[in-house]
Design a protein around this ligand. Structure first.
Ligand code: GLP
Length: 260
């Protein structure tokens, strides 16, 4: 995988937004997999700024969701559907028709997971999938010990993830226990994986994912199996990487036109 160390979250957001913009210029109807949480917000802000400035026509882009809570009422502001519509789809000037996600309100959750997995392939597959990383090394909502071959399915959150996400709710009790997530096998089918991690709290997870063995215990380590995976980290999230100097030198020597 390529590891790019950037000074801060804003720089990471700008770098990734530029890669997404370049993709949309090459392929206007690209299917872009987006992630939720706080980390990717600078990417979405940078993308929206490009659209507003007239530097990017995103009107034909398609957006798909990585994961979803199970059981939140339709339209709940913290359902990932609502978050993606609010943070990505609307700011880019897209309509709901350009957006797909797993239905967290479906009466048959298992069938809805399978239907979403099939729909992603039927849409031609994801061109670029954005990822964050949980403090426990999860990607999407694939918690530690998720099968590296898993497909979209229902998962139970660890207490740590529920505590991490409680800041979006009024209390820990309101954080759902169950979620739907693209499986690790599903995620690995995207053509380009781009993981952004910022802040010291992610330093251990990043070090295990990038420099540790590929292990179900650290779901993000599955990126090591992907032919085109880019990990963008700020200095704080890179602080436990043994090979940080090598990553810096490699990226500094890369021709500018090559992008990420
Ligand atoms: C949630 C999401 C993940 C995200 C993670 C980290 O668990 N399901 O996709 O990567 O949170 O979020 P944050 O970026 O807010 O730390």
């Amino acid at each position: 995988m390529e590891v790019v160390i950037v000074p801060d979250a804003t720089a990471g957001g700008e770098l990734i937004a530029e890669a997404m913009a370049a993709l949309m210029r090459r392929k206007p109807d690209a299917l872009l997999g987006v992630a939720t949480g706080s980390t990717p917000l600078p990417i979405y802000q940078a993308l929206a700024a490009k659209v507003r400035a007239g530097e990017l026509d995103a009107s034909r882009a398609r957006i798909c969701q990585l994961d979803e809570y199970v059981g939140l009422p339709a339209g709940h502001p913290e359902s990932y559907r609502s978050v993606v519509l609010r943070e990505v789809v609307e700011p880019l000037g897209l309509g709901e028709g350009s957006f797909m996600g797993p239905d967290g309100t479906a009466p048959d959750v298992h069938a809805a997971c399978e239907a979403y997995d099939t729909a992603l392939s039927a849409a031609g597959g994801v061109d670029l999938q954005l990822l964050g990383i949980g403090t426990d090394g999860h990607i999407g909502f694939n918690e530690p010990c998720s099968s590296l071959a898993s497909r979209t399915r229902i998962k139970t959150l660890t207490r740590q993830t529920r505590e991490d996400n409680a800041r979006f709710f009024d209390s820990l009790d309101e954080v759902p226990h169950h979620v739907m997530t693209q499986g690790i096998g599903t995620i690995l089918e995207a053509r380009h994986l781009v993981l952004l991690a910022t802040g010291e709290g992610k330093a251990d997870a990043v070090a295990h994912a990038v420099e540790g063995p590929v292990a179900a215990l650290v779901p993000a380590s599955a990126l090591q199996l992907h032919p085109h995976a880019t990990v963008v980290v700020d200095e704080a999230a890179a602080s436990k990487l043994k090979l940080a100097d090598y990553f810096r030198a490699t990226y500094a020597a890369k021709p500018e036109w090559q992008g990420i």
